[in-house]
Design a protein around this ligand. Structure first.
Ligand code: SAH
Length: 230
C-alpha cells in the first residue's frame, strides 16, 4: 500500500511544494506516496469563513478555532496517527521518521497564528511534533520537512537502500566525511586509506570518523550512543 498523507492547512497550495520535485516528485508521480491537502477554511460556517478568534485571557494574537478544526478532522478520512506540527511538540527524530514510513500514512495538521485551541489537541488526541527549537510562521514548512524525511525511506525511492544504513542518526551517530574525484582539490588529497582497497581498514576508518565527529559536534548524541552500547 502506498503511503498517504492527509494535510489540514489554511494554505493547500503550499503542497506538494518541494515534494513535487526531484526524488519525492518522481515517487509521487509513480504512486509510491500520495497526499491530500484539505483547506481548513472550507469547514468554516459563517459568511466570512472565519477560522480564528482572539486569544482568551487577552494578549495580541489569534487562535485557530476548535470547532472548525474538529469538524475538519472528523470530516476528513485519513490513515494512521494525527500529528500536529508545533514548536512545543516532541522533537522529530530519525526513529520517528522511520516509524511513520513503516506505517500506511498519517494526518498532519498545520497550525497558524498563535496556534490552535488546546481543547481540540486533547479531544482529538493530536500528537505534537516539532522540527526544532525555533518558531516558524506556520506548520506547512514543518510538514514538508517531516514528509521529505519519510518519503525518502519508502521502498524504491532512493535506489540504493543500502545507503540508509550508514547515514547520520541511523545508528545514533553522525556520518563520516565524504570525498569524490578529483583526487587533489586545492592541494588537499582524499585520505589515502580510501584508496587502499582494504575494506576492513576503510570500515574501521569510517567508524572512527563517525565517533570523532559525533563526540565533537554532538556530545548529547554521543552520550546516548555510549549508554546504549554499555
Ligand atoms: N505561539 C506559538 C508559535 C506559533 S507559530 C508558540 O510560541 O509556541 C504558528 C504555527 O507554526 C504553529 O501552530 C505550528 O503549527 C507551526 N510551527 C512553528 N514552529 C514550529 C516548529 N519548530 N516545529 C513545528 N511546527 C512549527
Amino acid at each position: 500500500m502506498p503511503f498517504h498523507a492527509t494535510i489540514l492547512t489554511l494554505f493547500p497550495d503550499m503542497f506538494p511544494g518541494t515534494l513535487g520535485l526531484s526524488l519525492a516528485g518522481k515517487a509521487l508521480r509513480e504512486g509510491t506516496w500520495s497526499y491530500e491537502a484539505v483547506d481548513i477554511r472550507s469547514f468554516a460556517t459563517d459568511k466570512h469563513r472565519t477560522v480564528d478568534d482572539h486569544l482568551a485571557g487577552g494578549g495580541a494574537g489569534m487562535v485557530l478555532k476548535p470547532d472548525i478544526l474538529a469538524r475538519a478532522i472528523d470530516g476528513t478520512p485519513h490513515k494512521g496517527p494525527r500529528l500536529l506540527m508545533s514548536p512545543r511538540g516532541a522533537p522529530l527524530t530519525q526513529a520517528k521518521v522511520r516509524d511513520l514510513a513503516a506505517g500506511g500514512g498519517c494526518m498532519i495538521i498545520c497550525g497558524r497564528f498563535e496556534g490552535i485551541d488546546q481543547r481540540v489537541i486533547d479531544q482529538r488526541g493530536l500528537e505534537e511534533v516539532s522540527i526544532g527549537d525555533y518558531v516558524l510562521s506556520g506548520g506547512e514548512p514543518a510538514a514538508l520537512v517531516l514528509l521529505d524525511g519519510v518519503i525518502r525511506l519508502l521502498p524504491g525511492v532512493m535506489g540504493h537502500e543500502q545507503s540508509h544504513a550508514e547515514e547520520s542518526f541511523e545508528d545514533g551517530l553522525l556520518e563520516q566525511p565524504h570525498y569524490t574525484k578529483p583526487n587533489t582539490f586545492e592541494g588537499i588529497e582524499i585520505p589515502s586509506i580510501l584508496h587502499s582497497g582494504d575494506h576492513r581498514a576503510i570500515a574501521k576508518w569510517k567508524a572512527q570518523q563517525r565517533a570523532d565527529i559525533t563526540q565533537r559536534r554532538r556530545p548529547d548524541l554521543w552520550d546516548k550512543y555510549v549508554k546504549r552500547k554499555t
